[in-house]
Design a protein around this ligand. Structure first.
Ligand code: UDP
Length: 152
């Protein structure tokens, strides 16, 4: 099973959306492997968004991420990167489908509530950036596994 890095951004924390967002991933059947509340250091936020360095929105994006606590998480499951990206919805909330997290909970691209890795490679990179190896509990077998998956 793959892993992905998910972060509820400061607006999601301040708006009290943490429980609702975690509940969506839990109900989908995904497995929670790591979770912490952290006010990001600037250097880590810059590294996290390094692919956007030099773009006009980059400084504001880094400040936004560092402006308050985020809830950093690792989730696991079948096709977890694709599944969570779909649940999160498009970057621009006006283009996010209703039923997605951004489509239901956000209106502004600069305050779009949540981050999710966009590929297995970025997931590996981001998990390493935000968590120590021993903080990620990916080995346990979730009790509902045989009901979430067709196990042979
Ligand atoms: N962003 C922004 N203005 C832009 C493009 C992106 O503020 O013109 C922010 C937005 O918060 C987005 C983040 O930068 O979530 C990272 O952009 P990316 O294209 O990687 O989108 P995501 O993967 O988060 O959907």
């Amino acid at each position: 099973m793959g892993l992905t890095f998910i972060a509820i951004k400061p607006d999601g924390v301040h708006r009290g959306l943490v429980g609702e967002i975690i509940a969506r991933f839990e109900k989908r059947g995904l497995k929670l492997c790591a979770l912490k509340v952290v006010v990001p250091e600037k250097a880590i936020a810059e590294k996290h968004y390094e692919e956007h360095a030099g773009k006009p929105f980059y400084p504001g994006l880094v400040d936004y991420l560092c402006s308050g606590p985020i809830v950093a998480m690792v989730w696991s499951g079948k096709d977890v990167v694709a599944v969570t990206r779909k649940m999160i919805g498009a970057t621009k909330p006006a283009q996010s489908e209703p039923g997605t997290i951004r489509g239901d909970l956000a209106l502004d691209m600069g305050r779009n509530v949540i981050h999710g890795s966009d590929s297995d490679d970025s997931a590996q990179r981001e998990i390493k950036l935000w968590f120590k190896e021993e903080e990620v509990c990916s080995k346990y077998v979730k009790a509902d596994r045989m009901w979430v998956y067709e196990v042979t």
